[in-house]
Design a protein around this ligand. Structure first.
Ligand code: SF4
Length: 307
């Protein structure tokens, strides 16, 4: 069912919503997908393996977790293979450092734990791959990212990442509301894993964004969440107008999806990002009145885990 109120929005979904709100709304709110991105599915495989490694310290358990996830998601296409996943998981325990390139002794606070924070009438939901602390009471998040190619400039993208700024904002809020213990410094970092042989791992510590930058990031999150909510409300009022208050789930879905294809902004800048056509291109090139039929014909309702 597309209606989820209050709106729950994660950093990665906010980032997609800031790039193209239509794509985010159809994919993340209406759960319409042609297929699951093979890169995202493969990323899940490595995430599961890495999480098992940090939780157990046992390479066999890390391998088993990754292979089980491979069997569950089976990334489509020929760019990913179970052999590649096994190679990365054999290498990861030998190369991964708990706290990427931070000095000192760190220990794990949480692995893959999801937190929810209420912001206004919306819910900010975020999950950190690893949350670490040290004896100086610093807190550090580590986000594992798999990539086809890690260039010398690969790390620069993270300095502009809405997702990473929102992790830092969330961390700050968890300390302020005492969900997490008082901390001296908050850090956000990435560990990049290249999907190639030989094994290559690239650590990156994100900039020390100040509060103003984080507030700006959360305003963008709020904008995406408000756009989501207003489209959902258009859908609800349209469903009531057409069917009365006793509308069915399917009638509500139809009204919400119609709002999604008609009243979202067309963002020409993102239709071919990362060198791939956006899956919704066939729909966006047609007139608004034609799009709902294309959505129903070409896209399944396929919810994914997380928010
Ligand atoms: S084709 Fe372009 S405008 Fe349409 S949803 Fe995709 S990115 Fe947005």
């Amino acid at each position: 069912m597309p209606i989820r109120t209050p709106v729950v929005l994660s950093p990665s979904r906010a980032e997609l919503g800031a790039r193209c709100h239509r794509r985010h709304f159809l994919e993340d709110v209406a759960d319409r997908r042609k297929f699951k991105s093979p890169s995202a599915a493969f990323g899940n495989v490595i995430h599961k393996g890495a999480a098992a490694w940090w939780l157990t310290g046992n390479p066999s358990e890390a391998m088993e977790a990754a292979v089980n996830e491979w069997k569950r998601v089976r990334p489509s296409g020929d760019k990913h293979s179970v052999e590649m996943a096994e190679f990365l998981m054999r290498s990861y325990p030998n190369h991964a450092k708990m706290a990427v390139n931070m000095p000192g002794v760190w220990e794990i606070v949480e692995v893959e734990k999801r937190y929810m924070l209420t912001i206004g009438s919306k819910v900010f939901s975020f999950q950190m791959d690893r949350l670490l602390t040290n004896t100086s009471r610093d807190l550090l998040t580590v986000d594992t990212k798999t990539s086809a190619y890690i260039s010398a400039k690969w790390h620069e993208q993270w300095n502009f990442s809405l997702q990473q700024k929102l992790y830092r904002y969330g961390l700050r809020k968890l300390v302020e509301n005492k969900t997490l213990p008082a901390a001296r410094n908050l850090y956000t970092s990435i560990e990049g894993v290249e999907k190639k042989m030989p094994f290559k791992m690239e650590p990156h510590l994100c900039p020390n964004w100040d509060d103003e930058v984080l507030e700006e990031a959360v305003r963008l999150w709020e904008w995406v969440a408000e756009e989501d909510e207003s489209l959902l409300m258009i859908g609800v009022s349209e469903a009531v107008k057409r069917h009365g208050k006793e509308y069915t789930d399917e009638q509500l879905r139809e009204a919400v999806e119609e709002a999604g294809v008609k009243y979202t902004l067309f963002n020409y800048q993102d239709c071919r990002s990362y060198g791939m056509d956006c899956p919704f291109k066939t729909l966006c090139v047609e007139a608004p009145s034609q799009r709902l039929g294309i959505l129903w014909n070409e896209f399944d309702v396929a919810p994914v885990e997380g928010y």
